[in-house]
Design a protein around this ligand. Structure first.
Ligand SMILES: Cc1cc2nc3c(=O)[nH]c(=O)nc-3n(C[C@H](O)[C@H](O)[C@H](O)COP(=O)(O)OP(=O)(O)OC[C@H]3O[C@@H](n4cnc5c(N)ncnc54)[C@H](O)[C@@H]3O)c2cc1C
Length: 519
């Protein structure tokens, strides 16, 4: 019997299915990230570091180690750059930007700008721009650039042969240390009829050149929400189907609610949450028929495309983990706080081993791996302060603890929330829906975490992250001077509100007495 954690039938998607192979921009990207004439080097001697997977975690591990003089082999079976460049952050943010342009064109009325005609939305042009921009960025992750950095780049599937050797393209590579950086993929959802009807995932959705008139997005997590909102802005009729209540159930519920309202009321996304008994059938005339119960209503809808936007599964298959003595679970490769696997020569970084499935987290983990694997450092992943952001409009960004988790961790938690409707720049921009919320330890003033929901929350969370990383308390938010008018002033207002909590009746009395004495 096979291992139930691994899918023996899993066939990794090839770049030929993820890119438009006849498109000039995608051709350029493929030439950078999986060059047609690439000849793998012949491995000579033992490598200091072998890296399997050339997504963010793998690229940063390889470049960092080679930069320090290590002999490094980097193995990639598909496209250098991994999910982020090819089918994740980069294309999704390109699409989001275009969808925002559509939204701005439509919503000028408030500012006295009105077009008499309906905006002419060319989805194909927006997607072409995305492919062009992505191809430009791809040079940075290219096989050729890494070769020039001194890395031996192998195109092919990497598999452990034992505790200190890997095979790729029929070649055996011996290593002193290795990093598993094979990432994750869209999970296959057990929805009856889904496979038969056919569906898109993040790996295929960016090949669309025509706007689907009707689209169902399954899963209202970050990926589902970002793309559901974008498709709605381009003009698709969008059904967002979520098994739990509301959207982005892992976020601060008040923040998710602001985005939910915005997506439904302003952008017209139809949310079917608390969805049960989802079933899919092929409909007549080429459509796909979805039946789902949401709250007490039964919905029977026909769409042109289905996008699975929720659920990620680690890429564990065919890695030879047993041969290497590397333990894993359904969540991915098991690592300790120093990112070491059960084989002390082998480390892991990125989506394959972390619940923080973000590019910047993969980057930060790779830096830890270089220090710990090659230089006997003892850096710990739990010391990292990792912010994240979902790039809906408005964005939700978070860092540190949520209130309930901080309480569970034993802190005496106090929270200050400041609405953006009281921040001049947000009012002027017509972006007053949203807030910043910061949790702190009542005894010490230490910042424990915070959530910002605002159009540029992803930029604004950096300030809170910096304060936490520098171990600064709440008072620093008040003493930091912000340019006026900026939406980031919302954090200064929170700092001021915190300082006011220090003005207890006793302190006030002492100050009054002091001032009276001075008169
Ligand atoms: C639609 C979408 C949008 C996203 N947006 C954001 C965002 O805005 N911001 C953000 O921070 N994060 C975002 N993410 C998450 C981000 O893309 C990932 O966290 C990041 O790519 C993880 O990097 P990684 O190196 O761990 O894995 P990956 O990028 O998945 O790279 C793993 C690589 O390993 C290769 N590989 C696998 N097995 C083998 C093998 N046996 N041999 C050789 N090669 C192998 C794969 O082909 C792949 O190239 C998004 C993800 C998606 C899907």
């Amino acid at each position: 019997m096979g291992n139930p954690l691994l899918n023996p039938n899993h066939k990794p998607m090839s770049f030929r299915e993820m890119m438009l192979v006849d498109d000039a921009h995608d051709k350029q990207l493929i030439e950078n990230c999986h060059p047609s004439g690439w000849v793998n080097p012949t491995p000579v001697g033992k490598y200091n570091l072998v890296v399997i997977g050339a997504g963010t975690a793998g690229l940063v591990s390889a470049a960092g180690a080679a930069g320090l003089g290590a002999k490094v082999a980097l193995i990639e079976r598909n496209l250098m750059g991994g999910d982020c460049l090819n089918v994740g952050c980069v294309p999704s943010k390109g699409v989001i930007r275009a969808a925002r342009a559509v939204h701005e064109a439509r919503s000028g009325k408030e500012f006295g700008v009105q077009f008499d005609c309906k905006p002419d939305i060319a989805f194909s042009t927006a997607m072409e721009r995305m492919r062009r921009v992505r191809a430009g960025i791809s040079a940075h992750d290219s096989a050729e650039r890494f070769r020039k950095l001194g890395v031996d780049v192998f195109m092919g599937s990497g598999r452990f042969l034992g505790p200190s050797a890997v095979e790729v393209d029929g070649k055996r590579i011996e290593f002193d240390r290795a990093v598993i950086a094979t990432g994750a993929r869209a999970a296959e959802l057990p929805v009856p009829g889904l496979k038969e009807a056919g569906y898109l995932t993040n790996e295929t959705v960016f090949t669309l050149t025509e706007l689907p008139r009707r689209i169902a997005v399954i899963g209202a997590g970050p990926i589902g929400c970002e793309l559901a909102q974008s498709f709605a802005r381009f003009g698709s009729e969008v059904y967002l189907i979520e098994a739990l209540h509301g959207i982005m159930p892992n976020e601060d519920p008040d923040a998710s609610e602001v985005v939910r309202e915005s997506m439904m009321d302003r952008d017209g996304v139809k949310l079917l949450c608390c969805g049960k008994d989802l079933k899919i059938n092929k409909a007549a005339a080429g459509g796909k028929r979805l039946a789902v119960d949401s709250h007490d209503n039964h919905y029977d809808i026909v769409v042109d495309e289905i996008l699975v936007g929720g659920g990620r599964k680690p890429n564990l298959e065919n890695l030879g983990l047993e041969a290497a003595g590397v333990a894993y679970t359904a969540q991915g490769v098991t690592v300790d706080d120093r990112l070491r696997t059960s084989n002390s020569r082998i480390y892991a970084a990125g989506d394959i081993c972390s619940r923080y499935k973000f590019t910047h987290a993969a980057d930060a983990m790779a830096r830890i791996v270089i220090a710990n694997a090659l230089f006997f450092a003892r850096r710990r992943v739990t010391d990292l302060i990792i912010p994240w952001c979902t790039y809906t409009d408005p964005e939700i960004a978070h860092v540190g603890y949520y209130e309930k988790d901080a309480k569970v961790a034993g802190f005496d938690v106090a929270t200050i929330t400041q609405p953006l409707s009281e921040v001049d720049r947000a009012i002027l921009d017509g972006e007053g829906a949203g807030f910043a919320r910061v949790h702190y330890d009542r005894k010490t003033g230490r910042i424990l975490g915070g959530t910002i929901v605002a159009r540029h929350a992803g930029e604004m969370i950096g300030e809170l992250t910096l304060a936490m990383t520098a171990k600064q308390g709440m008072s620093v938010l008040s003493s930091t001077i912000h340019s006026y008018p900026t939406q980031a002033e919302v954090l200064r207002k929170i700092g001021d509100a915190y300082m006011r909590t220090k003005l207890t009746p006793t302190v006030k009395k002492v100050i009054e007495k002091w001032l009276a004495w001075r008169r």
